[in-house]
Design a protein around this ligand. Structure first.
Ligand code: NAD
Ligand code: UD1
Length: 341
């Protein structure tokens, strides 16, 4: 029997590469579309070292409608598309909004048009917990009201969700799953793939590992005077491999149930403060981190964590990796990357 095929846009990136591995290991055939704007082609070799299969690779910009149609025409037997491809740096999106709207929105529109034209029925879309803004009640469920986006990046996620909802309404032959990721961290246990931030990291986890590796002098903790139990911001840090698994569950659910549109939070349900994450990293890896308390970062919400029960009920998915293993994998990956340089 031939394998079911999935097209992954942005499949050379952080979450996409882990999902490609998980899909191949679950018996799917994978086609990756990526323009490598924030990733490297050698990820494909690493994926094949882990799974034994090199994915089909198309170096294409998703904003190019003609190239996208060519690839979809060639792969019109695919059962689904997972659309990761997007630019994701919040600060850069404030400075260069047009770049973000062009890239993230045009890519999505091309994916949807090609799916309709070539009758590929199932879409998974990478949304973000940032759509909840600063919620009144925690943890957030999928019913929690969305807040206006605080950055052009966030706006592309809210718009993306709405574009997909309208498209599914007009095309009942399509199904879509909107996955709202909380804070993905960690790396593959093989140490062969992980997050590769460009330049100085914006996100906490790569900043921690680069500080531990001596690439950065010290970590600045953005604020310790929030109205949270210990004064530090709280987030829901989830292992990237758990996030990857949820995409497979979502694809399988759509194939089986043809549900139209579904939305799921992908979190652990556990809020951790910045200092709790730092302490857990130190203890998992037996390392002392150099950190200071700095000013709050504009735009940060004090606390955000998920109620992820819906994904458990409907997809049979829940986050299962331990925080300790996740933090060990993050450090192992950092050491491997440092060795490569
Ligand atoms: P990433 O930058 O590592 O991966 C994105 C990939 O998409 C990269 O390989 C990049 O080269 C590619 N890409 C970007 N624009 C493209 C285009 N026009 N055509 C083809 N390829 C293109 O990011 P990630 O962390 O893996 O995030 C994946 C998705 O999840 C993104 O949509 C992101 O917005 C979303 N998301 C990420 C997080 C997170 O914390 N990492 C949280 C919430 C949502
Ligand atoms: C950020 C983005 C969010 C995006 C998500 C995933 C902002 C405001 N939000 O979320 O839109 O979906 O990344 O890409 O950029 N921290 C420090 N020191 C650091 C870095 C971070 O103390 O050097 C703190 C932050 O204040 C925050 C926590 O660590 O409380 C997590 O930060 P980060 O990893 O950037 O994720 P988010 O801000 O949750």
């Amino acid at each position: 029997m031939s394998k079911s095929k999935i097209i992954i846009t942005g499949g050379c990136g952080y979450i996409g590469s882990h999902t490609a591995v998980a899909l191949q290991q679950a018996g799917f055939e994978v086609v990756i579309i990526d323009n490598l704007i924030n990733s490297q082609e050698n990820v494909l070799t690493r994926i094949s070292e882990i799974t034994g299969f090199k994915p089909q690779f198309e170096k294409v910009d998703c904003t190019n409608p003609i190239s996208m149609k060519d690839i979809f025409a060639k792969n019109n037997d695919a059962v689904g598309v997972i659309h990761f491809a997007a630019l994701k740096a919040v600060g850069e999106s404030v400075a260069q909004p047009i770049k973000y709207y062009k890239n993230n929105i045009n890519s999505l529109l091309n994916v949807l048009e090609s799916m309709i034209e070539f009758k590929i029925p199932n879409l998974v879309f990478s949304s973000s917990a940032c759509v909840y803004g600063e919620p009144e009640k925690l943890p957030v469920t999928e019913q929690t009201p969305l807040q206006p986006a605080t950055s052009p990046y966030g706006a592309t996620k809210v718009m993306g969700e709405n574009i997909i909802k309208d498209t599914i309404r007009a095309h009942p032959e399509l199904n879509a799953t909107l996955l709202r990721y909380f804070n993905p961290i960690g790396a593959h246990p093989s140490g062969k793939i992980g997050e590769l931030p460009n330049g100085i990291p914006n996100n906490l986890m790569p900043y921690i590992t680069q500080t531990a590796a001596g690439i950065r002098d010290k970590l600045s903790i953005f604020g310790n005077d929030y109205s949270t139990p210990d004064g530090y911001c709280i987030r829901d840090y989830i292992d990237v491999n758990d996030v990857a698994d949820a995409h497979i569950a979502a694809i399988q659910y759509m194939i089986k149930n043809k549900p139209g549109i579904e939305t799921f939070n992908l979190g652990t349900g556990r809020g951790l403060s910045v200092i709790e994450l730092i302490k857990a990293f130190e203890s998992a890896n037996n390392i002392k981190l150099n950190y200071i308390i700095a000013e709050r970062r504009p735009g940060d919400v004090p606390e955000l964590w998920a109620n992820a029960n819906l994904a458990n009920q409907k997809l049979g998915w829940k986050a299962k990796r331990s925080l300790e293993d996740t933090l060990k994998s993050a450090w192992q990956w950092q050491k491997n990357v440092s060795d490569l340089k």
